[in-house]
Write a protein that binds this ligand. Structure first.
Ligand SMILES: Cc1cc2nc3c(=O)[nH]c(=O)nc-3n(C[C@H](O)[C@H](O)[C@H](O)COP(=O)(O)O)c2cc1C
Length: 190
């Protein structure tokens, strides 16, 4: 082992799937890339980190709704593009040729093409964590996944569906793709 700069510690556990977070405020849809996410228990509650330096944050604060979509490797360059320009001055849906569908419960714009799954979410009123830790808590109100890669309640990554695998951010423009599934042996009685 070699000592690590504390500012790099997050990189060790960052690589959950990269997500696209869509919002809509004042009739304008926007989308940003997020890799800092967290699952909260078995309930459909999630946290993600973003803040007022992003245009999306104002929409999140105002509307308190979003869709979290999980892009596939096919969308890699678009995912990076979305995460390196701002809805402040760019209509990202037009720029990247993305179609927005309406979420079934809240009507929030959602991206399905090039994505393996999406979750339409309502933000939980936790202003303290938003202000102090730039972390939003979200409750999922509707979700869908592509059965070609998510079946029986779990991801099913195989060589024959590689184009549908999820992206995992390693930093500095590097990503890993989720590859084949390996199965652990159940613990035997001692
Ligand atoms: C791979 C990748 C991961 C990112 N992860 C995050 C993140 O977790 N939180 C965040 O606030 N910004 C993240 N960003 C940056 C935002 O997506 C970026 O600032 C974007 O331009 C915000 O768009 P907006 O101003 O339209 O909201 C990430 C960007 C990339 C390319």
């Amino acid at each position: 082992m070699r000592q690590l700069k504390l500012s790099k510690a997050f990189t060790l556990i960052e690589p959950g799937p990269v997500v696209l977070v869509t919002t809509c405020a004042a009739g304008r849809a926007n989308v940003m890339t997020i890799s800092w996410t967290m699952v909260l228990d078995f309930t459909p509650l999630f946290a993600f980190t973003t803040g007022p330096w992003n245009h999306s944050f104002a929409a999140l604060e105002q509307q308190r709704e979003c869709v979290i979509a999980i892009p596939t490797v096919d969308l890699l360059d678009t995912v990076v593009g979305i995460g390196t320009c701002s809805g402040r001055d760019t209509d990202k849906f037009a720029r990247f040729g993305i179609a927005a569908l309406a979420g079934p419960v809240l009507g929030v714009p959602l991206i399905e093409a090039g994505c393996a799954a999406w979750m339409e979410c309502r933000l939980i009123p936790e202003r303290h964590t938003e202000d102090a830790y730039d972390t939003c808590f979200a409750e999922v109100v509707a979700a869908a996944a592509d059965p070609a890669v998510f079946a029986d309640g779990r991801w099913d990554f195989r060589a024959d569906n590689a184009a549908l695998h999820t992206l995992h951010h390693l930093g500095a423009g590097n990503f890993a793709r989720a590859s084949d599934v390996i199965r652990a042996q159940p613990l035997q009685a001692a």
